[in-house]
Design a protein around this ligand. Structure first.
Ligand SMILES: Nc1nc2c([nH]c(=O)n2[C@@H]2O[C@H](COP(=O)(O)OP(=O)(O)OP(=O)(O)O)[C@@H](O)[C@H]2O)c(=O)[nH]1
Length: 139
């Protein structure tokens, strides 16, 4: 699929949310676009994968955890210089294992009640995901 003449990169992102209202951010490793920026864990959906399949695989690869279920939160599109991305964002409240930076990335738990994360910079498309999540939890 394409947006004008730009191909669309389909991405699955998963917000891990714990019972104390904290969510997890990871720092993009060297060698990727926006290295050093903080993001919600996830990655590109491969051909033939569902959003959930991709999320499960990415969270295993990046964090070493296993998920059995997720809740769809929103779909966002963002036009970066390096790619036009469509982000399928889900919330995960239960997982097995303890999240670790399996690709050498730093991790940081953040309080959703804080207006802004204590780490920066954040990938531009991560902000609207957090706003959506705050909206969902208010209702
Ligand atoms: N995982 C993740 N990706 C995001 C977020 N926000 C956002 O714009 N993106 C964009 O979505 C795309 C995800 O690609 P990625 O580089 O993380 O995917 P990947 O791990 O499969 O990458 P690779 O195939 O280069 O190893 C990037 O273009 C990234 O800039 C976010 O919060 N989390």
């Amino acid at each position: 699929m394409s947006q004008g003449d730009r191909p669309i990169t389909e991405v699955a992102a998963g917000i891990l949310l714990d019972s104390e209202g904290r969510y997890l951010l990871g720092q993009r490793p060297e060698g990727k676009p926006y290295a050093g920026y903080w993001e919600v864990p996830g990655g590109k959906i491969e051909s033939g994968e569902s959003v959930f399949d991709a999320l499960k695989r990415e969270l295993q690869e990046e964090l070493g955890i296993d998920i059995d279920a997720s809740q769809e939160l929103t779909v966002l599109e963002y036009d970066y210089p390096h790619a036009y991305v469509r982000l399928h964002v889900s919330v995960i409240r239960q997982w097995s294992g303890t999240p670790a930076g399996c690709e050498g990335q730093q991790l940081s738990w953040q309080l959703l009640s804080d207006q802004a994360p204590s780490v920066e910079p954040l990938l531009p498309a991560a902000w609207p995901m957090l706003e959506k999540l705050r909206g969902l939890l208010k209702t």
